[in-house]
Write a protein of this length. Sequence first.
Length: 235
Amino acid sequence: KENLRLVTEGILYRMRTGCPWRDLPEVFGYWNTVYKRFNDWARKKKLIRIFKFLSRDTDLEWEFVDGSIVKAHQHGSGGGEPKNQAIGKSKGGNTTKIHMCADAFGLPIDFELTGGEVHDVKAAPGFIDRLPTGGYVIADKGYDSEELRQRIIEKKSIPVIPRKSNSTIGNGDMDSGLYKYRHLVENLFARLKHFRAIATRYDKLKRNYKAMLALPCSFFGYLCETSTAPRQKAP
């Protein structure tokens, strides 16, 4: 009978190191047992559900949205049609883009995957529609679109998105003070990329990479849930 604790530790080891499943140390048991359990959890979306549960109490007053590209390793190819697996072609070769939303404490609220060539503003509508309503949605110039701003307003949220320099409207209506804290979502990406299986995509299937990404996102939510120290929100 498999030891679920060792299996889980094997999955975490692979997340931290990015090693091929076949190269897992024997201390975690047979590598294929660990992989099959992870693949099963990814297929059933169990790790995604854990993340959703742990992120239920995030601070939704501010929602920082951004995208970050990760290189897809050659081990990540062969999972079928690349577009269906959120792998696209860009200057860096095969890449995947992580679309992330962070709260006022820099904790993950939600995320989505697309091919690396997909522009932020094209992926934003479907992603933003999933976000909670009633707060501020803060994003950079890559999301500059009057249609997107209107969509956010229709969700009863307030867009904080700077317009490009060639805009005739200007940024007089934007909360520039709040925009300065957009680094919170960038800091979140930096923390996530400490894990090698996140910084580089080794998973062939979109669902598996999404499940792998849900693991550190869940950790951040769990540590916040169990911490006795008061949360430090940006002033």
